[in-house]
Design a protein around this ligand. Structure first.
Ligand SMILES: [Mg+2]
Length: 243
């Protein structure tokens, strides 16, 4: 059962696979205008206690949802923008790791490297045959990642690299201490491996989470697909308007 959203709620939302249908590449997602309007409305109703929690960079998030620019956690926690607009960034990815990812990306047509400075994402959705080679290469370089203090994580057709200790969960803990999020009942939604890091910290924050397309342990609700999440949000926006 979805908990009610009221004036004491803080809504934290993953983007790809949660709000938006997955696309062949990150830049080809479709962002319905009705979704942007609904999110703007809900953010107003929550006095700004709405934040994106994404693997995308803040720049990429802002391009998708312009002109809406709420609080946001980008690059899996390596970028945190509070409701005031102030941004805190993790240290950049070391050159040796960046070079390895660039070399892997160039090895097979269809691979796409997204360089977020504070994080790397190697997308293989358009070249699924490259997966065994990529997995082997990542495993072979475990020593390099350890030396450089970099954490590598496998998601949906994507391999992410970011500074060790940085994840969506630790970023949510930090955002939850800031106004207007502090003291509110957190409701988080996600669909992928990196969102489990948020599910891990939710109990300690007194928050709740829903998942999309698959059941996460502890999820209070499972939406079949992003479409149902969008319908829920549009409904929330309309309900808020009538209050
Ligand atoms: Mg996602």
């Amino acid at each position: 059962m979805m908990p009610p959203v009221n004036r004491n709620t803080a809504l934290l939302l993953d983007i790809d696979g949660t709000l938006l249908d997955m696309a062949p590449s990150p830049e080809r997602v479709v962002v319905p205008h009705t979704l942007i309007r609904a999110l703007e409305r809900i953010a107003l109703d929550l006095s700004g206690a709405l934040a994106f929690v994404s693997g995308r960079s803040l720049a990429s998030i802002d391009r998708l949802f312009a002109p809406f620019r709420p609080a946001a956690i980008g690059a899996h926690g390596a970028e945190i923008r509070g409701a005031t607009g102030r941004v805190v960034r993790a240290r950049p990815i070391p050159p040796r790791v960046r070079a390895l990812f660039a070399q892997l990306a160039a090895s097979t047509p269809g691979l796409l490297l997204e360089d977020k400075a504070v994080g790397l994402a190697l997308h293989y959705r358009a070249a699924p045959q490259a997966w065994p080679m990529l997995k082997t290469a990542i495993e072979k370089n475990a020593g390099l990642f350890a030396d450089e203090d970099i954490h590598v994580q496998f998601g949906k057709a994507v391999i992410d690299a970011r500074p060790f200790g940085v994840d969506k969960g630790t970023a949510v803990q930090r955002l939850a201490r800031q106004q207007p999020f502090a003291g509110r009942a957190i409701l988080f939604g996600g669909d992928d491996t990196t969102d489990l890091d948020v599910f891990r910290v939710l109990p300690g924050l007194g928050g709740q989470g829903f998942s999309v397309g698959r059941r996460f342990p502890g999820a209070v609700h499972v939406f079949p697909s992003p479409r149902q999440v969008r319908q829920w949000l549009i409904g929330l926006a309309h309900a808020g308007r009538s209050r």
